[in-house]
Design a protein around this ligand. Structure first.
Ligand SMILES: Nc1ncnc2c1ncn2[C@@H]1O[C@H](COP(=O)(O)OP(=O)(O)OP(=O)(O)O)[C@@H](O)[C@H]1O
Ligand SMILES: NC(=O)c1ccc[n+]([C@@H]2O[C@H](COP(=O)(O)O)[C@@H](O)[C@H]2O)c1
Length: 251
């Protein structure tokens, strides 16, 4: 069976990053590798731009610092700060395309085309180069997300049909189930998703755990413990920089 090499890319606020954001990657890698059709060679976390304007979104300077700390023990998941460094919010399709193009450029260098010179090579590219071997140009960047993000495709005006078609048709999706979601039904009820369902891998999280950044922020605001829900270095950074504390601490 021919294997497609895959890099999983998760987009999100990561405000703050939790163990569930990291767990998504481990779960997806195990699942996809076991299918035999894929070999997952890396993971990328791309925090959303400050202009996304989501409620309670703290500055990307802090979110990037938090992600660096969260990822410091991982030897295969990397931060990409490309998105936060753009002049404005970029659609997820463009984020996937940018990373795919950058990867194509650098893996084609490996197979002899050295015309492109780039002194600013991110860690995720170095990692991919080590794992894709010379002449191998078939690495695919897939979107990794929770089922709530998949279901947001149905929110009127939020995603364009062309973007959904490109995300699934050109890249592919790895979707982690979340309690309260029914991704199989959602795909069945959508014409676009049904058309490309072979490019959507649904991964069941049996060890269900509804840790979310919203709940973490709420606990922090109320001065409640978040130990064992986030990496300890992330908690220390949040405390040292008085993030998410507002109302209660300031009273
Ligand atoms: N507990 C979880 N199970 C499965 N997927 C998750 C979980 N928490 C987050 N995700 C996924 O992580 C990605 C990044 O999401 P995001 O940072 O917006 O997380 P969130 O915790 O849902 O945030 P918030 O609570 O601030 O809305 C999304 O694809 C989301 O579906
Ligand atoms: N049209 C789009 O490309 C589109 C729409 C909504 C959310 N998103 C992305 O989804 C991610 C998660 O967003 P939420 O936290 O709002 O669910 C973010 O990275 C955001 O940029 C993309």
């Amino acid at each position: 069976m021919t294997q497609t090499k895959v890099i999983l890319l998760a987009c999100g606020s990561f405000n703050p990053p939790t163990f569930m954001h990291l767990r998504m990657f481990e779960l997806a890698r195990d699942h996809l590798n076991r299918l035999g059709r894929y070999q997952v060679i890396g993971g990328i976390m791309s925090p959303v731009h400050d202009n996304y304007g989501k409620k309670e979104l703290i500055s990307s300077t802090h979110r990037v610092a938090l992600l660096r700390l969260a990822l410091q023990d991982s030897d295969w998941i990397f931060l990409s700060d490309w998105e936060v460094n753009q002049s404005s919010w970029v659609r997820t399709r463009q984020v996937l395309q940018y990373h795919q193009n950058k990867l194509n450029m650098h893996t084609s260098e490996l197979s002899g085309n050295k015309r492109h010179i780039d002194n600013d090579v991110p860690a995720w590219i170095h990692h991919a180069q080590k794992h894709c071997g010379s002449g191998n140009m078939g690495v695919r960047v897939k979107l990794l997300c929770g089922a709530d993000l998949l279901e947001s495709f149905g929110t009127p005006g939020l995603w364009s049909d062309q973007d959904i078609e490109s995300l699934i048709g050109d890249h592919g999706l790895a979707v982690i189930t979340r309690s309260g979601s029914d991704p199989y039904r959602f795909i069945y009820e959508s014409d676009i998703l049904s058309k490309y369902q072979n490019n959507i891998d649904i991964i069941t999280e049996w060890i269900t755990n509804e840790v979310s950044s919203t709940k973490i922020r709420r606990s922090l605001r109320r001065g409640e413990s978040v130990k064992y829900l986030l990496p300890v270095e992330v908690i220390d950074y949040i405390k040292n920089n008085s993030l998410y504390s507002s109302i209660i601490d300031k009273q």
